[in-house]
Design a protein around this ligand. Structure first.
Ligand code: PEP
Ligand code: MG
Length: 605
């Protein structure tokens, strides 16, 4: 039966395909496709994990039997019996085997998928005692996952095997090259896949960036959450904040992701399917039409030249940026080099050489065009480790030690990054951008750290180029003390995603308050307009690199405020360019003033 789930539209377009469900688990689980010849070894990994847990529980059972009634209550022995029974149940092992051999899921993914399926069956049971056994099953699976995690970590430590992340990247790469060869869906070889998950960390998203999904939907997330931002950069239709999607949708269900309307349609009837196939083709035609603008200069009707720049997360994104016809990178979110790494905590940080290679590769990839690298913006919804977020829910990480605050609290890490960025500037024009500044003391410490990194390089005789330094204006305090920022920095970049979050006190990642997250709030518009105006008066460049820059419905307003530099995902460039080509900025001033003075600016847009 057809039904739909509403969420937030974050990446446009229509995707139609079979659901691949990523079950949420209390244990951090990697999801990747294995190669066809790895099926047996993957099944073996599960078997070894399961047997180890059976042995462990057997030992526990034995010790419990030696204890007095007082030391070990009867319930404990009964629980162990249930756990052992569940572990040996064919339904678990047969299902896992199916996902590995038919779908080529890695072992952990197969296990959590099968857990989800059996859990649903438990939920439907009438007997409350049996229903409650779901919790036992979850514990058993968690034990196996933890065992497997421990085994993988100790193997990696011994250096005897490739780390799973390297293997997994390779598997994804292979898959990308031969999607139809390996991605078998039973006998339906060519069926596109859409990803359905409760939540995906930005690190998970990066991993999926290399894969073959046609679209995705998550239960949680706001419009400018970092997961949504990476989704947009993947250029596949996406819906976030679809609340119960991952509970209602089942593996293999036919699903339509309507990234324009923010709706997920499950099990569509033939009429709905035909309608959406038509819409999808219309979208493809529109994209082909827009592609003709690629080599057209971004100049308004009255001759104003507009700078269109790209936001990227990885050096490899430079290719898509060039392809979209940008004139540089306006925001390289360097934190993605730091996230989802194999080791945990500070030991996982990329070395100076690793970072240098990445920055150099972005610069070379941009073929002489300037690249603005933002120093690391770790924290809030971009934790270093996938698990960190859950551990810190008692704090509000968006107001905590993130971005430049974290960098200044880890001076060795910060100097390492600055050295790597400076060194890469010998290979092309780099601008350095600093996130989340709000206090003069932070500005001074940051500039001192840059000076220190330069001195170290000078002393070591290592070359670097001229690197202009800019600040992100993304905290209202910064937008209210522009003369200070303009005094210390060469350029400014408006991070409207955070500026909206902090001005309106709306967590950008929280879908339950997303209805209040409003780029057109009069307070937000005034802060933006004032920043652009002050920058112009001082002759310093101001760009917008938040999601507002890529929203074509806001292009005219931003142009009216005097903005001449926009940085966005490559996928949004051509739609924004089209708006620019249609706009006469000389006629915008009265209208812009009316919008800025209005209590309800959205009525003008
Ligand atoms: C912003 O806040 O607008 C921005 C561009 O930075 P990020 O989205 O990475 O926080
Ligand atoms: Mg920001």
């Amino acid at each position: 039966m057809t039904f739909s789930v509403r969420g937030l539209a974050v990446a446009q377009g229509i995707a139609i395909g079979r659901a691949v469900l990523i079950a949420s688990s209390r244990v951090d689980v990697a999801h990747y496709f294995i190669a066809a010849d790895e099926v047996e070894s993957e099944i073996e990994r599960i078997r070894v994990g399961r047997n180890a847990v059976i042995e462990e529980l057997g030992r526990l059972q034995h010790s419990v039997s030696q204890m007095s009634r007082k030391e070990a209550p009867h319930e404990l022995a009964a629980m162990l019996d249930v756990h052992l029974m569940l572990l040996q149940d064919d339904m678990l092992s047969d299902g896992v085997r199916h996902w590995i051999s038919e779908r080529h899921y890695n072992a952990e993914w197969a296990l959590t998928t099968q857990l989800e399926i059996i859990s649903r069956q438990f939920d439907e049971m009438e007997d409350p005692y049996l229903r409650e056994r779901k919790a036992d099953l979850e514990q058993v699976v968690e034990r196996i996952l933890r065992y497997m995690q421990g085994a993988a970590a100790s193997l990696a430590e011994l250096g005897k095997t490739e780390t799973s992340s390297t293997a997994q990247k390779q598997a994804l790469r292979d898959k990308h090259q031969h999607p139809q060869q390996d991605l078998l869906l039973g006998d339906t070889v060519d069926v596109p896949l859409v990803l359905i998950a409760h939540d995906l960390s930005p690190a998970d998203m990066l991993q999926f960036k290399q894969s073959v999904f046609a679209g995705f939907a998550t239960d949680v997330g706001g419009k400018t959450s970092h997961t949504a931002i990476v989704a947009r950069s993947m250029n596949i239709p996406a819906v976030v904040g679809a609340r119960t999607a991952s509970q209602l949708i089942r593996q293999d269900d036919w699903v339509i992701i309507d990234g324009d309307a923010g709706v997920v349609i499950v099990d569509p009837s033939p009429i709905i399917l035909a309608e959406y196939n038509f819409k999808k083709r219309q979208g493809e035609l529109e994209r082909t039409r827009l592609a003709r603008l690629r080599n057209t200069a971004a100049i308004t009707l009255d001759g104003q030249k507009i700078e269109l720049l790209a936001n990227i997360e990885q050096p490899e994104d430079a290719a898509a940026a060039l392809n979209a016809g940008v004139v540089g990178v306006g925001l390289f979110r360097s934190e993605f080099l730091f996230m989802g790494r194999e080791a945990k905590g500070l030991s996982a940080l990329p070395t100076e050489e690793e970072q240098f290679d990445a920055y150099k590769s972005a610069v070379l990839g941009m073929q002489g065009l300037p690249v603005t690298i933002r120093t690391v913006d770790i924290g809030a919804d971009k934790p270093l480790d996938r698990n960190e977020k859950a551990q810190e829910t008692h704090l509000n990480p968006a107001l905590g030690l993130r971005a430049i605050r974290w960098s200044l609290s880890e001076p060795d890490m910060f100097i390492t990054q600055l050295r790597a960025i400076l060194r890469a500037s010998s290979f092309g024009q780099i601008n350095l951008l600093v996130p989340m500044l709000c206090a003069v003391s932070e500005i001074q410490q940051t500039l001192a750290a840059i000076a220190q990194a330069k001195k170290q390089l000078d002393d070591e005789g290592i070359a670097y180029g001229v690197v202009p330094v800019g600040a992100m204006i993304e905290i209202p305090a910064a937008a209210l003390m522009l003369p200070t920022f303009l005094k210390y920095f060469d350029f400014l970049s408006l991070g409207t995603n955070d500026l909206i979050q902090y001005t309106l006190a709306i967590d950008r990642a929280d879908e339950s308050v997303s209805y209040l997250y409003d780029p057109l709030h009069p307070a937000v518009l005034r802060l933006i307009a004032n920043t652009i105006e002050q920058g112009q008066l001082q002759g310093k460049s101001v760009s917008v690199c938040g999601e507002m820059a890529g929203d074509a419905s806001l292009t005219k307003l931003l142009l009216g405020m005097g903005l001449r530099s926009f940085s966005m995902h490559p996928a949004q460039i051509l739609t924004v360019k089209q708006q620019i080509l249609r706009t006469d900025t000389s006629k915008l001033s009265d209208w812009t003033q009316r919008v800025l003075n209005s209590e309800q600016p959205q009525e003008f847009i």
